[in-house]
Design a protein around this ligand. Structure first.
Ligand SMILES: *[C@@H]1O[C@H](CO)[C@@H](O)[C@H](O)[C@H]1NC(C)=O
Ligand SMILES: *[C@@H]1O[C@H](CO)[C@@H](O)[C@H](O)[C@H]1NC(C)=O
Ligand SMILES: *[C@@H]1O[C@H](CO)[C@@H](O)[C@H](O)[C@H]1NC(C)=O
Ligand SMILES: *[C@@H]1O[C@H](CO)[C@@H](O)[C@H](O)[C@H]1NC(C)=O
Length: 253
């Protein structure tokens, strides 16, 4: 009896959903064979998305994290911002029919990207203007067994210093603030200058009404990007190459 009632409720829900949604699935929504689950550090983890959120895209980001030290004996560097190109790896998620990679290869992509490609930024204009440091949109090919990985968009800090993800090719955008932070696992790749892997983050909508279709972003499986101590970098501004996975969530629509 309870079971029947439950089924009936589910059917009502499904019918309501079907009526509310267009027949064609939205192209921005990932279609999965296996249910994707967020990577774990093996110890403390970032909290899961709240109910009602669906995964829209998994991306790789490759670029720089920039920092400032007021003096060489400042306790910690201040984060100034970040710039990165984003690439779509949604279809490479392990278990995805035909295109999924195995877990080991998939999780290694951020490190492979960091070490095999030059930074996709015009570093000669770096620092001048957030509108011009990017190179033209370009796909990448980082492992021989898979075809190109498509350019998805750009990550930068906007004029209000808010982390922004502009998923240009699919018309999605996230303007976010930090919500949770955990250390990368000890085994994480320490990056080109050996300063360590930047923390994993849970970022939530900034509430500025700038986001479009996205409201939650995770940064995980980071490679490089951590600041050097000020006594090493000295006073002034500096940047550290990094790559990471970004998981983008939005409300069911
Ligand atoms: C994963 O895929 C890579 C590349 O195809 C292969 O070299 C490796 O042996 C695979 N690993 C596992 C555990 O299947
Ligand atoms: C650091 O990143 C920010 C945000 O993307 C950018 O505006 C700035 O030009 C970069 N460089 C410096 C030195 O702040
Ligand atoms: C993170 O998000 C949760 C849920 O919205 C909120 O309760 C909490 O205050 C946030 N924490 C920070 C540090 O923003
Ligand atoms: C460092 O970057 C900040 C923000 O872009 C800028 O205001 C400052 O003048 C820079 N400092 C130096 C020493 O270049």
């Amino acid at each position: 009896m309870i079971f029947k009632a439950f089924l009936a409720a589910l059917l009502t829900e499904a019918t309501a959903l079907a009526a509310a949604r267009p027949c064609k699935p939205t192209t921005t929504q990932a279609s999965w064979v296996s249910t994707p689950s967020l990577p774990s550090t093996g110890s403390a983890d970032l909290s899961l998305p709240p109910p009602g959120m669906v995964l829209k895209k998994i991306a790789l980001g490759h670029g720089i994290q920039n920092y400032s030290c007021a003096t060489s004996d400042a306790a910690t560097p201040t984060q100034l911002g970040a710039l990165a190109a984003l690439y779509d790896v949604t279809s490479l998620y392990p278990g995805t029919l035909r295109t999924g990679l195995n877990k080991t290869t998939f999780n290694a992509l951020s490190t492979i990207l960091l070490w095999s490609q030059s930074i996709p930024l015009d570093l000669s204009s770096y620092g001048a203007n957030t509108q011009h440091p990017f190179l033209a949109a370009a796909d990448i090919r980082i492992i021989p067994t898979i075809a190109t990985i498509k350019f998805l968009g750009r990550h930068y800090f906007d004029q209000d210093s808010l982390p922004t993800f502009d998923l240009l090719t699919v018309g999605l955008k996230a303007s976010v603030v930090k919500n949770e932070s955990i250390n990368a696992p000890l085994a994480a790749n320490k990056g080109i200058i050996g300063s360590g892997a930047i923390v994993w983050l849970k970022l939530v909508d900034s509430g500025r009404g700038v986001s479009n279709g996205l409201s939650l972003v995770y940064r995980v499986i980071t490679a490089g990007g951590a600041a050097e101590p000020c006594r090493v970098s000295g006073a002034g501004n500096g940047s550290v190459p990094y790559a990471a996975f970004y998981w983008f969530y939005g409300a069911i629509r």
